[in-house]
Design a protein around this ligand. Structure first.
Ligand code: ADP
Length: 367
């Protein structure tokens, strides 16, 4: 009956430190590519091919010692297809009076197992390559940030300088036809400056070089000043409103320049992403030990499925049309808020508008 089975079956007797062949069916001889059926009493060395002998002896020793079934895969180290010589052996202990007296082996053609391993191997390689590729892209992005931000800042500063000189007519009288263009140029240069600053800050953040310069400041005053600055980018269709729910100063120990970046970003976004205009509300309140600064708009809103990508570096959501931006602003804003021990959260409804809330720990009042 055992002869009829498609799997190879063999029985080896355990003798001190040796294993003797006692029985094997034809499938075993075929699978192990033996020229003829071993005879009763032959040792493992005589049964298995030279390159497999030590591994099989190891396997049998392991079974006798552990008293548990063990497996051996013949193509373990050879991941290229190795002809017919691919099999899988399971070795089981057979006990007599509590001692491992025999080892029973089941040998199977292991093409499938080999193929599965090859697939795993290829997949692992592919993933590794992909990870390497992503890591190098990530590095290139950071490198680009560093370079571009520095290259951009100097010319932007120079343009800004000349523009101021033109404006105050220290370079001569402004031709009438140039006058209406000046505010536009100023706004564009402010935009370049903002982008360059965002890039410098993001590069610093990534290198761990960003250090806050904290001071005791009134958040309410800072927020109000940011709102006034944001008015430059608003159109006549926008109404900017300051809604103070506290009625008193909100003291924090924070880096004013960095918080200006955060607030400026939230306010600029609220205006940028409300192309049809509407109300932009900057609200201040305090809850527990936290100051809450929220910016609410009635703009294009954000789809629920896009919310998770909002704060991801360089990510911009689909219908941004010709709205300028880098996708760095919110990433940077939230990182800066977190460096201050605060955070930024967003709530939005597509087509209705968005609300971004910055929370910052208030200075604890010493009594
Ligand atoms: P960007 O430089 O593109 O403005 P941000 O990091 O500031 O980058 O914002 C990331 C993306 O989040 C934007 O490209 C935009 O799609 C979306 N977003 C940000 N703020 C708003 C908002 N107030 N309303 C709608 N979408 C917004």
């Amino acid at each position: 009956m055992l002869e009829a089975l498609p799997v190879g079956i063999g029985l080896f007797e355990v003798l001190d430190d040796d294993f003797r062949f006692r029985y094997g069916n034809r499938a075993l001889a075929r699978l192990l590519m033996l020229e003829r059926m071993p005879s009763d009493g032959q040792s493992v060395g005589d049964v298995f091919r030279r390159d497999e002998q030590s591994a099989i002896i190891e396997l049998f020793r392991l079974v006798s010692l552990s008293r548990e079934p063990q497996s051996y895969f013949a193509a373990e180290s050879v991941l290229e297809p190795a002809g017919d010589q691919i099999w899988n052996i399971d070795a089981y202990p057979v006990f007599t009076a509590g001692r491992v007296s025999y080892i029973m082996v089941l040998a199977e053609q292991a093409d499938e197992k080999l193929q599965a391993r090859q697939r795993e191997h290829l997949e692992a390689n592919r993933l590794r390559q992909k990870a390497d590729h992503l890591a190098s892209l990530e590095k290139a992005k950071s490198e680009f940030l560093r370079l571009a931000s520095h290259e951009l800042r100097a010319p932007a500063a120079m343009l800004g300088g000349y523009l101021s000189m033109i404006e105050d007519e220290s370079l001569g009288r402004i031709p009438e036809r140039l006058r209406p263009v000046l505010p536009l140029l100023k706004a564009k240069i402010a935009q370049i400056n903002l982008l360059a600053n965002e890039m410098v800050e993001a590069a610093r953040l990534e290198d761990g070089r960003l250090q806050l310069k904290r001071k005791r400041i009134d958040l309410r005053a800072l927020f109000r000043a940011s709102l006034t600055a944001a008015e430059q980018t608003a159109t006549p269709k926008h109404r900017l409103r300051f809604d103070d729910r506290t009625g008193h100063e909100l003291w924090v120990l924070a880096d004013p320049m960095r918080l200006e970046i955060v607030m400026g970003n939230l306010l600029d976004n609220a205006i940028k992403y409300s192309p049809a205009g509407g109300e932009v509300t900057a609200q201040v309140s305090a809850v527990g030990g936290l100051a809450l600064l929220s910016v609410r708009d009635q703009g294009i809103g954000i789809a629920a499925e896009d919310m998770s990508r909002l704060f991801v570096r360089f990510s911009r959501l689909t219908p941004y049309g010709d709205v300028p931006g880098t996708g760095l602003g919110l990433y940077l804003a939230r990182e800066l808020a977190r460096l201050h021990g605060g955070d930024i959260v967003a709530a939005s409804k597509l087509g209705k508008g968005s609300e971004f809330t910055l929370s910052l720990p208030l200075e604890s009042i010493k009594k």
